[in-house]
Design a protein around this ligand. Structure first.
Ligand SMILES: Nc1ncnc2c1ncn2[C@@H]1O[C@H](COP(=O)(O)OP(=O)(O)OP(=O)(O)O)[C@@H](O)[C@H]1O
Length: 244
């Protein structure tokens, strides 16, 4: 069963037609990685799914529910999706534990002690056990991003959206964040992510989506896309990005 379905999704900013009829599916436990040149619409795609941007045409279904219906309760939809952005977006005035548990307590109504126990368990599991009571500015970028990921998974969302989560990190710290994503995949999380890290995309994706000109131009397994791309634009993009 599909956790996420996009049917003919269009998004315009003024007369800049950024998404031009995107069709896409993500199945349960599947990891789909979106690649493509800067400006090809990867972030916009993520933002329409999280309802930060409203689509101009088309439909998005989350586990069968039409979340693009104008009558939809946006907060309820967002509570079903875990999101991690490039910039970790932790609250600087809150300790790690409060950052991680805030949404569970305030949006999901999880009792504070239950949220705390689960958060501490996850933080320990991901090597952050000693940071529970710290403020974000005491943490490295990699640690902050891992905290943001723990926050996103705390309430077992149906879908995880990861948008360029390593782009703001010192290259030395990228690996520790990507290892966490590999762990989530091993646990069966359903994920849609945009990344410029091709080797990571290749190692973690079940399917790769190459965005070009506002739509998925080529979709396939990592082997198909990286070893035998069918479209000239895909070949050109991969040649450019691997020879930087
Ligand atoms: N809020 C906005 N208002 C106006 N234009 C926007 C907005 N957000 C994105 N755009 C435009 O949409 C296009 C696609 O941007 P988007 O950020 O989705 O690309 P991207 O593939 O994620 O790029 P990158 O890899 O650099 O992050 C760009 O032309 C951008 O200028």
């Amino acid at each position: 069963m599909s956790v996420l379905e996009l049917h003919g999704v269009h998004k315009l900013f003024g007369d800049n037609h950024v998404l031009k009829g995107v069709d896409l599916e993500v199945d349960e436990h599947e990891v789909v990685v979106v690649i493509g040149a800067s400006g090809s619409g990867k972030s916009t795609l993520m933002r329409t799914i999280n309802l930060i941007e409203r689509v101009d045409d088309g439909r998005i279904l989350l586990s069968g529910d039409d979340i693009t219906d104008p009558a939809v309760d946006v907060d309820k939809v967002r509570a079903r999706i875990g999101v991690v952005f490039q910039h970790f977006n932790l609250f600087p005035h809150m300790r790690v534990i409060d950052n991680v548990t805030l949404a569970a307590r305030k949006v999901h109504g999880t009792p504070a002690d239950v949220a705390r126990d689960r958060a501490v368990g996850l933080l320990e599991k991901f090597g952050l056990g000693e940071k529970v009571e710290d403020y974000p500015d005491r943490l490295s970028g990699g640690q902050q991003q891992r905290v943001a990921i723990v926050r996103a998974i705390l309430t077992d969302p149906e879908l995880l959206l990861l948008d360029e989560i390593t782009s703001a990190l010192d290259p030395m710290l990228v690996g520790e964040v990507l290892d966490l994503v590999r762990d989530l995949k091993a646990q069966g999380s359903t994920m849609l992510m945009a990344t410029h890290e091709m080797s990571f995309a290749r190692s973690v994706a079940d399917r790769i989506v190459f965005m070009h000109g506002g739509r998925p131009l080529e979709v396939g397994t990592p082997e198909q896309i990286f070893e035998d791309p069918q479209q000239p634009e895909t070949r050109e993009f991969l040649a450019r990005i691997t020879h930087r």
